[in-house]
Design a protein around this ligand. Structure first.
Ligand SMILES: [Zn+2]
Length: 418
């Protein structure tokens, strides 16, 4: 086996946050990005753009390009594995969309070639300076078939990159592990090492960093560390504030949507709509999330009702003053209206603080300290919101994240002793 890794781009070699821009809330994110980038001077190190959003040719992409922000286009090919995509006009009309769902049995070399090539052509047309490969999920059912389909896709993508039709650019492999793949990281890693890639973009099929128990967190983190340990830079998808825990462990880059409680759940995205949902959509009423707000002192994206309860209590709210340019000289009253800007600005500032610390050791100390402060503030919030009873927010994920960091530190210490 030859190791053909390419030099990683800047956004993978240092702690980086990339906003994830999707069709779902593209316009709102566009406004938040424009306001933040051009009014308060936040400098983005990169952005992940979903293909369905890019296909609508939004002016934001042009501005990001002119501003020199690296844009990675996510082909969303994992959405083609159930019938649901046929009901989503924006997915169905992507130039490389198949005419029927891809299954473990019907995916043949010809389909692999046209999917790999189609995604690259689309990314090239959008003038991306890095490519993200089209990939399929490593489903547990028929696992080995999905493994060979992914091998084939990455092989076709690598061969096309720099060929007759595609200008050569650094290629980042999309990796979509299910439970089996997470349990066998070396199996996936060894395959990736066969291809000339500059990094891996990891989107588990099912992972919620806030709800995941210790075992699931550990499996996920060890999967990422197995990639990083072989010199493959990793971007972790949709992890929100858990991204700091990853950065403390040397996984540099993560993305998340703005002001969402981030989690990966492909089955949820791909499941058929119920009749009731169909009806709501026809009436133009999506079942969108409530106005969640990221509160940095507790390192948590809070439900709107919880954020309101905090701001209603003068004894509590002074702890949540935001001094970044998103909120300076402004009250709490209109925070929900600018929550995306607040999220972008705050997250970028938090990550640049991690980046300023020069070594993994310093970063680990810093993040641990931040999480301990958040844990303490979380306790104060819980006590103050005691009257909400069972509806009060819990911050148990912070305890789990802190234990995970402590455990990883012990593992490292024991490894270096030998
Ligand atoms: Zn703010």
């Amino acid at each position: 086996m030859t190791q053909t890794l390419e030099a990683p781009p800047d956004f993978l070699s240092e702690p980086t946050f990339l906003p994830r821009v999707s069709q779902h809330d593209g316009r709102a994110i566009e406004e938040a990005l424009a306001a933040t980038l051009f009014d308060s001077g936040v400098r983005l190190r990169g952005a992940i753009v979903e293909a369905t959003y890019a296909a609508s040719d939004p002016p934001l992409l042009k501005r990001l390009r002119e501003d020199g922000v690296p844009r990675l286009l996510e082909p969303q090919s994992q959405r083609f594995t159930t019938k649901r995509f046929l009901e989503v006009e924006q997915l169905k009309s992507l130039p490389y969309a198949p005419s029927a769902p891809i299954t473990a049995d019907n995916f043949d070399p010809e389909m692999a070639r046209s999917l790999a090539m189609g995604a690259l052509l689309f990314e090239q047309r959008q003038r991306c300076d890095h490519y993200l490969s089209a990939a399929l999920p490593y489903y547990d059912h028929d696992f080995l078939k999905w493994v060979s389909h992914n091998d084939r896709l990455l092989e076709e993508t690598s061969a096309a990159n720099g060929g007759a039709e595609i200008d050569r650019r650094p290629l980042i492999a999309s990796v979509l592990p299910g439970r089996q793949a997470l349990m066998k990281p070396e199996f996936v890693v060894n395959r990736l090492l066969d291809y000339p890639i500059a990094g891996a973009y990891v989107q588990p099929l099912l992972f919620d960093p806030v709800r995941a128990g210790p075992e699931k967190l550990r499996l996920y983190v060890e999967f990422l560390l197995a990639l990083a340990g072989e010199g493959i830079p990793v971007m972790a998808s949709r992890v929100g504030a858990f991204g700091f825990v990853l950065q403390a462990l040397g996984i540099n880059a993560f993305d998340s949507g703005l002001a969402q409680a981030e989690a990966s759940n492909l089955a949820q995205l791909n499941r058929p709509l119920t009749e009731r949902e169909r009806e709501r959509r026809r009436e133009g009423r999506g079942g969108g999330p409530d106005k969640r707000i990221y509160l940095e002192p507790v390192k948590t994206t809070m439900k709107g009702a919880h954020a309101d309860a905090i701001f209603e209590r003068p004894g509590l709210r002074y702890r949540f003053v935001c001094n970044y340019s998103c909120c300076q000289y402004r009250g709490y009253e209109d925070l929900p209206a600018r929550r995306r800007q607040h999220f972008l600005c705050t997250r970028e500032a938090e990550v640049s603080e991690v980046r300023m610390r020069a070594t993994t050791g310093l970063r680990l100390d810093f993040v641990r300290e931040q999480l301990r402060d958040a844990q303490e503030t979380g306790r104060v919030v819980r006590r103050a919101l005691f009257d909400l009873g069972a509806a009060a927010p819990t911050f148990e994920h912070l305890d789990r994240w802190i234990s995970l960091l402590a455990q990883e530190q012990v593992n490292r210490a024991s490894r270096t002793e030998f």
